[in-house]
Ligand binder design. Structure first.
Ligand code: ATR
Length: 279
């Protein structure tokens, strides 16, 4: 059957709020690359109605979904089968639905981050000293993909130190992992510093010591915006050689989801460039 004659495969991103989501634009561009005939919409589920919204979407012919804030933990609980990386992340951002009704849950966020760093930005993580700021859901999802790149050391620094220590203990068997508070970073230097805190959302920067960046260091913010995030502005001022926001991570996690659904990996470079231009 020609691609155009097949029934329209339906996909969506579900969140609350979700109107701002770039995922429909990203997946439309992916589908265009392959001539795939799909629909990808943004669905705002009521805060207390995620499960019902998923059921409705499936009943209307939904084949797969992305899940965004604040439903990633609920999605984790709802999935019948979980990938190993979803189990490690404790959160799900990708569903696909089997004809027998089973929901599969995966998490492509961490893979998206590592792909953006290593493939798009050319940052080699092996034997590097990595600092991750924050100890919430976003950081949890990134830890095992980062540690699989065999850094020399990964330090988790968080405002609430106990949460960083908890994560470090949980992921200790994946590599050399330490935890501390921001004040304990004084005198330490890192090759890659990744901001996974929600501070940028509030226009804030975690209280970091100056001289944090080693020579040629990279600063990465999982957040993105029309201009540099406060953390990246700070990083530029304080000696980071290269700064990058999380737009690439967003596109890469989407590409990974697309691969799960369609079995093909989209080209991402031009999609990232188009989004930067507001496309
Ligand atoms: P997410 O799922 O996006 O990671 P989260 O689980 O609520 O969101 O985690 C938010 C993270 O940002 C936490 O590490 C939080 O620090 P605490 O554990 O101490 O709450 C961190 N965070 C939020 N606002 C911050 C700020 N202004 N400065 C530093 N860290 C901040």
């Amino acid at each position: 059957m020609a691609e155009k004659e097949k029934p329209l495969a339906r996909y969506a991103v579900m969140g609350n709020p979700v109107a701002h989501s770039k995922s429909p634009a990203i997946h439309k561009q992916f589908a265009h690359q392959f001539g795939h005939h799909i629909e990808y919409t943004a669905i705002e589920a009521p805060l207390d109605g995620f499960t019902e919204a998923v059921t409705q979407f499936r009943a209307s012919g939904g084949k797969g979904m992305n899940i965004t804030v604040p439903f990633k933990l609920e999605a984790f609980k709802l999935a019948y089968h979980l990938s190993d990386r979803a189990k490690l992340a404790g959160a799900v951002n990708t569903f696909w639905f089997e004809p027998d009704g089973a929901i599969f849950g995966d998490n492509t966020d961490g893979a998206g981050l590592v792909h953006d760093l290593t493939k798009n930005l050319g940052v080699h993580l092996k034997d590097k000293r990595i600092l991750v700021l924050g100890a919430g859901g976003a950081v949890r999802g990134a830890l095992s993909p980062l540690l699989k790149q065999h850094p020399a050391l990964l330090v988790i620094a968080n405002r609430t130190v106990a949460k960083a220590r908890h994560l470090a203990r949980e992921f200790a068997h994946f590599g050399k992992l330490e935890a501390c508070g921001f004040d304990e970073l004084t005198g330490k230097h890192f090759d890659v510093v990744i901001n996974g805190t929600a501070a940028s959302l509030k226009g804030e920067v975690p209280p970091l010591p100056v001289n944090l960046f080693a020579k040629d260091a990279v600063a990465y913010d999982m957040m993105y915006g029309d201009k540099l995030t406060p953390f990246l502005e700070w990083a530029e001022l304080h000696g980071a050689a290269k700064v990058a926001d999380g737009l690439g991570m967003l596109v890469e996690q989407a590409a990974e989801s697309y691969f799960i659904w369609q079995g093909v990996r989209p080209e991402t470079k031009h999609v990232i460039a188009a989004l930067r231009k507001g496309g």
